[in-house]
Write a protein that binds this ligand. Structure first.
Ligand code: GLC
Ligand code: CA
Length: 558
């Protein structure tokens, strides 16, 4: 299980209100105790932070707000000592507008070779209109016009994301060679893997033809077919090149891509044997809380990945998505991504949490890997009422204040205490995003002491997941069940049952219940999941795991 660390919001060690490497180092034992295998750390490079660090000014250094290269080295060493592996975030599609490559390209003027690293083009209609109809993931055109030294408008440059994030042209040999060196820089320092940001953006159809987007179209890449600026075939040449570099290193160095593409078959192309090892499964994240939809996604994922031999990677939340406690508490439980869920409606958080807990047991019982986003182990909801003047996500401005963006899932973690900053930073310091005043019951300190807390559920589930051999290798087999119930076996000894319907059901299998997501008074209530082990519980149950969970003692429907 990989734990996503959104560094700015994890823990602050120096009292400036921004999470940093020192804060993460101090909390590594927390992550080990949680049962994490590896960490993925969001970008920590020097950055003007126009997009939370996904606008990189220097790929081979650390932003002073996060620490130093020496801190990064210490973190890598300490993580390894605790048995934790470390994955860093590589942002190859675009740089910051302040990257020396881009400032040099701007200064060199139209036609200069420095501009070949990016996409500079003349505008249409005598220069006044963007070169084509491509759109930005944050809203509006994907092109911005630059001006010459005299202030006169000049060429346009492409940015799939914010204007402060100009796209690199990956057909340029200089770009390719520089990134080879960047990869080696970090692999040499001992990182165990790289998460490749926005991978499908990294190739464009030559000639940059129009995509045929309707006016006002949103960036809905899951529905795009043959799009000239997303999921273009040449992306895979770059991924193969990197895989070869990773394979030169000892130990297992892994790549995971972020690729929001049109369905599991397109996604499976990113994890062919000579490409990336894993890729996030956003279809699973986007599925409604509905047995039929989830089963369809699970089957489609496993079917598409089988021929390429790659493991599935299940995700419920990330720093880009509405937290799933909130999503699952809404009338429409299917997620919109990147903060565009403008009219999402209000959420019943008690219902959302119950479903989120069931979803945890479901997710951690599926074959393959899982990514957990910091704070989900605390059952944190999305913070939907951040004051407008606190919002920092570029989506807010780019959408003309229509979509609030992703800040609500990025609020700093509550560690301890009765009021903000809840141990995230020094007492009296304002965190970079304000925390809700009513999070005292959600702190790590409180949840650690409560056997019924979300944190305790994650810990128990992760410990069991380690100790139950069936959860490592055995394939998934669906069991006969009512339509609103998901029931599957892993091997002969393990079963996961989740009731997504509105009525309680009897457990469709016999065995010993080793963990449930909520109270189970003799049956499986709505929005509840259970793990059942055949026969006696395994001898190797780690100490401290309730087996069976106390409140489910006795047989459960049998
Ligand atoms: C990815 C990141 C997101 C970022 C974008 C541009 O989607 O997860 O946070 O804004 O890429 O780099
Ligand atoms: Ca700090």
């Amino acid at each position: 299980m990989v734990y996503e660390v959104y560094l700015r919001s994890f823990a602050d060690s120096n009292g400036d209100g921004i999470g940093d490497i020192g804060g993460l180092r101090a909390r590594l034992p927390y992550l080990r105790d949680l049962g994490v295998d590896a960490l993925w750390i969001t970008p920590w490079y020097p950055s003007p932070m126009a997009d939370g660090g996904y606008d990189v000014r220097d790929y081979c250094d650390i932003d002073p707000c996060f620490g130093t290269l020496a801190d990064a080295d210490a973190l890598i060493a300490e993580a390894h000592e605790l048995g934790l592996r470390l994955i860093i975030d590589l942002v190859p599609n675009h740089t910051s507008e302040q990257h020396p490559w881009f400032t040099a390209a701007l200064a060199a003027g139209p036609g200069a070779p420095e501009r070949d690293r990016y996409f500079f083009r003349d505008g249409r209609a005598g220069g006044a209109e963007p070169p084509n109809d491509w759109i930005s993931a944050f809203g509006g055109s994907a092109w911005s016009r630059c001006s010459g030294p005299d202030g006169e408008p000049e060429q346009w440059y492409l940015h799939t994301f914010a204007p402060q994030q100009p796209d690199l042209d990956w057909a340029d040999p200089g770009v390719q060679a520089d990134f080879d060196a960047i990869l080696r820089f970090w692999l040499d320092r001992g990182v165990d893997g790289l998460r490749v940001d926005a991978a499908p953006a990294m190739a464009k159809t030559p000639g940059l033809p129009d995509a045929g987007h309707a006016p006002g179209a949103l960036f809905e890449s899951t529905s795009w077919v043959d799009n000239p600026h997303w999921d273009v075939e040449a992306v895979h040449d770059v991924l193969r090149r990197w895989r070869a570099i990773g394979d030169e290193y000892d130990g297992e160095r892994i790549f995971v891509t972020e690729a929001v593409v049109n369905g599991p078959e397109r996604l499976s192309r990113y994890v062919r044997p000579d490409e990336m090892h894993t890729t996030f499964n956003f279809d699973y994240l986007r599925s409604a809380w509905d047995a039929g939809s989830l089963r369809t996604v699970i089957d489609a994922t496993l079917t598409a990945l089988a021929p390429v031999g790659a493991p599935a990677t299940w995700v419920l939340s990330s720093h880009d998505e509405t937290r799933h406690v909130t999503r699952f508490g809404r009338a429409d439980t299917a997620a919109a991504t990147m903060g565009f869920d403008v009219a999402a409606g209000s959420a019943d958080l008690a219902l959302g949490l119950r479903r989120a807990r069931a979803a945890t047991l479901l997710t951690l019982a599926l074959p393959g890997g899982a990514y957990l986003y910091q704070g989900e182990e605390l059952g944190l909801p999305e913070v939907e009422d951040l004051p407008e003047d606190a919002l920092q996500d570029p989506t807010w401005e780019r959408s003309g204040h229509a979509a609030r963006g992703r800040d609500g899932c990025r609020v700093p973690l509550p560690w301890s205490g009765q009021k903000p900053p809840f141990g995230f930073t020094a007492e009296g310091v304002r965190p970079w995003l304000p925390q809700p005043g009513d999070w005292a019951g959600l702190t790590v300190e409180v949840q650690q002491r409560d056997p019924d807390s979300a944190l305790s559920l994650y810990r128990s589930a992760l410990r069991l997941r380690r100790s139950l051999a069936a959860l490592h290798e055995a394939p998934l087999t669906w069991l006969r069940s009512e339509p609103e119930v998901l029931a599957f076996a892993r091997g002969r000894s393990f079963t996961c049952v989740a009731n997504l319907g509105a009525r309680p059901v009897a457990l469709p299998v016999a065995g010993r219940v080793v963990l449930t997501s909520g109270p189970c008074p003799g049956h499986l209530p709505p929005d509840t999941a259970a793990w059942v082990v055949a026969g006696d519980p395994p001898d190797d149950l780690p100490h401290g795991v309730p087996a069976p969970v106390q409140r489910t003692a006795g047989s459960l429907g049998g």
